[in-house]
Design a protein around this ligand. Structure first.
Ligand SMILES: O=C(CO)COP(=O)(O)O
Length: 255
């Protein structure tokens, strides 16, 4: 059975003090309310990870993620953060390939393949993001499916079947991020099914069935239940709604 995951991506929000309050609330609420089969992840700003890592250390079902990592292991890379630094503050996951990193930091499929390898070598689990822009979607659903599958081929398909087993992918249509415009539950499910089919064609059905595919893009308590009902939707990557503990935990409870 696949892992169910709800991950928050705080992006560049919250001061350290605000972040610690939010994280404490999430840990407490998750202990009382989160279904036991859902992994809750908080993708915090790098500067918060040490403090938030300590807050989640004893939580059975809450973990932290970095929002990016360097493709390099260590050395003279000013401003970059290495996988061993991320591991050293207790993070188990790293969000890679978010459309904002692709767009504003020119991250290519090739660079992301290198980051995936660096993360995996350090035993850090990638949450690998993919998704199409509005202009791609407007060219038709099949064009969007191909665009997303090509992103996955380019950055992930050098991996072995063993590594791909239980991998985590997040589908985030760019036109739905922070816009209030969600993909419909049907649009999300159709894309997730295409992604799984694409993985199955390369790695076989058993591996494809083990991959958790999360949806991200204006996911909130009022629509999470419908979106998560999709047979190939295994959770969410949540931006804005992960900044309020009540909303975030209500999404966690939406399976
Ligand atoms: O980009 C996202 C998560 O990584 C989605 O952001 P929103 O939930 O704010 O649309």
């Amino acid at each position: 059975m696949r892992n169910k995951i709800v991950a928050g991506n705080w992006k560049m929000n919250k001061t350290l003090e605000e972040g610690k309050i939010l994280a404490s609330e999430v840990v407490n609420m998750a202990a009382d309310e989160a279904p036991s089969d859902v992994t809750v992840i908080m993708g915090t700003p790098a500067i918060h990870m040490d403090a938030v890592g300590k807050l989640v250390k004893d939580a059975a079902n809450v973990a932290i993620a970095a929002q990016d990592c360097s493709a390099h292991e260590a050395g003279a890379y000013t401003g970059e953060i290495s996988v061993s630094q991320i591991k050293s503050v207790g993070a188990k996951y790293v969000i890679l390939g978010h459309s904002e990193r692709r767009e504003y930091h020119n991250e290519s499929n090739e660079l992301l393949a290198a980051k995936v390898d660096t993360a995996l070598a350090a035993d850090l689990k990638p949450i690998f993001c993919c998704g199409e822009a509005l202009e791609t979607r407007e060219q038709g659903d099949d064009v969007a499916y191909k665009f997303v599958c090509d992103q996955l081929t380019a950055s992930l398909f050098h991996l072995s079947a063993e590594v791909m087993t239980n991998f985590i992918i997040a589908y985030e249509p760019i036109w739905a991020i922070g816009t209030g415009k969600t993909a419909s539950a049907e649009q999300a499910q159709l894309m997730h099914a295409e992604i799984r089919k694409h993985i199955a064609a390369k790695y076989g059905q058993e591996v494809a069935d083990s991959v958790s595919i999360l949806y991200g893009g204006s996911c909130k308590p009022s629509n999470a239940n419908e979106i998560f009902a999709g047979a190939d939707v295994d959770g969410g990557l949540i931006g804005g709604a992960s900044l309020a503990s009540r909303d975030f935990i209500d999404i966690v409870k939406s399976f």
